[in-house]
Each structure stands twice: as structure tokens, then as C-alpha cells.
Design a protein around this ligand. Structure first.
Ligand code: JFZ
Length: 442
């Protein structure tokens, strides 16, 4: 008789998820052969989502590799520099593309020769994992379930079920042996999760409504395998979920057995999402590096996206797209450092907090909470310098600006708590006032 593994209790799950829930802010890294092409192939330029350039240019894997491989030149120590930038920005975890849709693995894989060790001698994942451990950063891996290189990946089958594919792939690999492909996924995930020490997070990518789970990827086998090796691992739900992009339908609440969190992409849901979720965002509209894209967001926009996300109960995963040699575009360094400077002063309002207790948004900014404190994250000085909260407080509440600890007058009125913030010095990006004391939303 077979015995199912005992289900995880709610308490055990909370314990396992705690670092991720408290950490709030992570770095996404998209690095692969597309980084070498930098958004340009055959004289044509692309500047959005250029990690899809093989697809956009309609190249089969061999022609793509012939163009991209000579340009891909990771320098020793590049992964260390990514991790240090993440650390200085205040990121608690990183998610690196161990393999993107192009099928090129950044680790030593016996399951496929199409990898960075074979091509350049560089085991990027090894360097990355060591740097994460040395800096106390949680180690996460993105892994693409789609594979535009592997001969057994059946692009035609996937397409017929709603998953896009590169046209070149369709020409060259018309008849994938799908069972063999599923076996390959298992083998490669086995390598990634066995050979590089602790795995804290896996970020699967992606499914469609009509092609997901066991049928598409052998999902339960993959989940079981990873969990057996790393019982504390946290994983997203894209082995099953497709409803991740705005207007692709309602966000699905995550079923426990299908993954731990759901992943809205390029947007922050207005009312958050029930359950654990993480918004992933770019600095400039592309995940992979593009030499021609200069559409950089400002530090102000990024800090506010982080605060908006956290105030709605989510995590914020912000992307870095290194260049061909693994070096970091100057503007990306500047932006992550600017967030780091803000976090240095205001991190208390981000780490370990929970969503705003208030249902309605405020015109001046957003709120997070922790214990008996509320953090009022102000984007604008409220009209008259007076900030009103529908919040009844007991005893003698106190308030202070996080930047200089200057105290802020606070009083109770009919209908709520009133703070006089008119004397506060407004800071770059967002100014935080900590309101301490027991209270109740009205
Ligand atoms: C996926 C990748 O395709 C993309 O390159 C990037 O890595 C991002 C973080 O994740 O983005 C998707 C996945 C699925 C859809 C759209 C974008 N979809 O189903 O519409």
C-alpha cells in the first residue's frame, strides 16, 4: 500500500514562506545568448522583450546560435557584481534565468550541450550561487519550460494549446517526442537542483490555460523532485498558471499543491491578489539587454512601484539585464543604487510588513503595517499639510518621520486620526512617517 507524504500544515508553510514574505524585494536577472545580440539581428533592431529575439526574428536554433554564440562573452566575476548590486539595493533574493526560452543553460548540463560551460567555459550558475551564499542573499532560479532549442520540444503541440513558439522552431522541429522532452526537463532540473547547493526558490515559466501541469511538463514530478531535495524551497505557480499578464483574465488564487505564489507581470493589481503574489517589473520594458532601449523608468517611479506593491501585500521583483560580457548597464546600476539609498533610510516600512489595512487608496501615498505601527509612505504633501486616516487609536499614539526621527504632531478627532505633516522635510521618491500605537480601522 502506498502512503502519501503527510501534507504540510499551515504553520509549517508559514515558516517556510517567511523569508520570502518578509523580504519583499528581489532582483530578477535575465542573461543569456540574447544578451549578446542586445536587441539587434540581421540589421533589424528590437527594443521590447528582446529575450524573445529568436522568435521575433523567426530564427531556427542553429542560425540563432551561429549569430549569438560568438557575441556571448561572460567575464569572470560578473555574477558576483550582480549579487553585490542586489545586496546594496536592499534585495533579499535573486532569480536568475538558468535557462530561458532559447534553451541555452547557464550551468554545466549533461542533459544538453547547449550551455555556457560547453560554449565558453563559464559556469554562471556556480559563480552566482557562490556569490549569493557569500552575501546572505537567497538563491533563486528562473527555468523556462518552453525550449526553442531542444529537438523534442514540440512547438507545434504547444502552439495548438495556446503557447507561442518561434516560427523557426516549427520548421525544424515539427515532430517533437513530447514524452522524451518531459524526461529531459526532469534531467535538467535534477542537475540544477543537485549540483549547486541550496536552492531557495524556483520560478517556472510558463503555461497556457490549455497546456499546463502534468500533461504539458510532468509538473507534479518536477515539484516533488525539487521539494525532496530542498524541503524549504519556495516556487511560483507557472507550471500550471497562465493568467499572469494584465487582460489575460482574472488572477487565479494559488492552489497550494501547484506552487506557492502567483506572478502578475508588468503590472501591480489594483487590489492586490488573495494569497501570496509577486509583481515582476522591468527597468525599461525589456527583460533581456537591449543596446537601443533608453526607456528607463525613474527612481521615483520604481520606489513607488515597490511601495505600491508592498502596500497591497505583494513582493516586488525588479529586473536587471546584463550585457554580453555580464557587465551591468550604467543606468541600471544607477537605478538599483537609488532604490538602495531610499531603502537604507526607509527599509523599516518595507521589510516584514503587511498590506495596508485600509480598503480605499489615499491621494497622498500608500500605507504598510507591522505590529502596532503603520507606515505612511507619502508621495505628495497632502493638501494643507494635514493627513487624515479613518483610524481610531487608543492611548497616546506617536508619529515620527523615518528620515530624521523628527516627531510629527498627531491627534484624535471625530472620525479618525489626524497628523500634521506640514513641517516634514520631503525626501526624494517617497517620505515615510511611522505612526505607532494600537488602532482600529473605522
Ligand atoms: C515570460 C517570458 O516570456 C519573458 O521573456 C520574461 O522572462 C517574463 C518574466 O516571463 O513572460 C510571459 C509569459 C507568458 C505570457 C506573457 C509573458 N503570456 O502567457 O502571455
Amino acid at each position: 500500500m502506498l502512503h502519501a507524504a503527510p501534507a504540510e500544515t499551515e504553520q509549517e508553510r508559514d515558516g517556510r514562506m517567511q523569508w520570502w514574505r518578509d523580504g519583499k524585494f528581489g532582483m530578477f536577472i535575465h542573461y543569456g545568448l540574447y544578451s549578446g545580440l542586445a536587441g539587434e539581428v540581421d540589421g533589424r533592431k528590437y527594443d521590447g522583450c528582446v529575450e524573445w529575439i529568436q522568435n521575433m526574428a523567426g530564427l531556427d536554433s542553429d542560425s540563432y546560435a551561429a549569430k549569438a554564440l560568438p557575441l556571448f562573452k561572460p567575464q569572470r566575476g560578473c555574477a558576483k557584481a550582480w549579487v553585490e548590486l542586489a545586496r546594496d539595493a536592499g534585495c533579499k533574493y535573486i532569480v536568475l534565468t538558468s535557462k530561458h526560452h532559447e534553451g541555452f543553460a547557464l550551468f554545466d548540463s549533461k542533459a544538453s550541450e547547449f550551455n555556457s560551460v560547453k560554449a565558453t567555459g563559464a559556469d554562471i550558475v556556480k559563480e552566482y550561487a557562490e556569490a549569493c551564499r557569500a552575501n546572505g542573499i537567497k538563491t533563486g532560479y528562473y527555468y523556462s519550460l518552453l525550449d526553442w532549442h531542444h529537438p523534442d520540444y514540440d512547438g507545434k503541440l504547444a502552439l495548438s494549446r495556446g503557447i507561442s513558439y518561434p516560427s523557426g522552431n516549427l520548421k525544424t522541429h515539427r515532430f517533437g517526442n513530447h514524452d522524451a522532452y518531459k524526461a529531459f526537463l526532469k534531467r535538467q532540473i535534477g542537475e540544477l537542483t543537485s549540483n549547486y547547493g541550496a536552492v531557495d526558490l524556483i520560478w517556472w515559466d510558463f503555461s497556457s490555460r490549455g497546456f499546463q501541469g502534468d500533461e504539458a511538463w510532468g509538473a507534479s514530478d518536477l515539484l516533488r523532485m525539487v521539494r525532496d531535495k530542498h524541503p524549504q524551497v519556495v516556487m511560483n505557480n507557472r507550471l500550471y498558471d497562465a493568467a499572469t499578464v494584465k487582460d489575460h483574465g482574472p488572477m487565479t488564487a494559488t492552489a497550494r499543491e501547484k506552487g506557492d505564489f502567483t506572478t502578475p507581470e508588468h503590472y501591480i493589481p489594483e487590489k492586490g491578489v488573495r494569497g501570496d503574489w509577486e509583481a515582476c517589473m522591468t527597468l525599461n520594458g525589456t527583460w533581456g539587454y537591449s543596446a537601443t532601449n533608453n526607456d528607463w523608468k525613474t527612481p521615483e517611479v520604481l520606489v513607488r512601484q515597490l511601495a505600491d506593491t508592498v502596500s497591497r501585500g505583494g513582493n516586488f521583483l525588479l529586473n536587471l539585464g546584463p550585457k554580453a560580457d555580464g557587465s551591468i548597464p550604467e543606468e541600471s546600476v544607477r537605478l538599483f543604487q537609488a532604490i538602495g539609498a531610499w531603502m537604507k533610510i526607509n527599509q523599516e516600512a518595507i521589510y516584514g510588513t503587511t498590506a495596508s489595512p485600509f480598503a480605499e487608496p489615499f491621494p497622498w501615498g500608500v500605507v504598510t503595517g507591522k505590529g502596532d505601527a503603520l507606515y505612511l509612505i507619502m508621495y505628495e504633501m497632502p493638501k494643507d499639510g494635514i493627513l487624515k486616516l479613518p483610524y481610531a487609536m487608543q492611548g497616546s499614539p506617536s508619529a515620527q518621520a523615518l528620515a530624521d526621527s523628527s516627531s510629527v504632531p498627531v491627534r484624535q478627532e471625530e472620525g479618525g486620526t489626524v497628523l500634521d505633516v506640514s513641517k516634514i522635510r520631503m525626501m526624494p521618491c517617497a517620505t515615510v512617517v511611522k505612526l505607532a500605537g494600537k488602532g482600529e480601522v473605522l
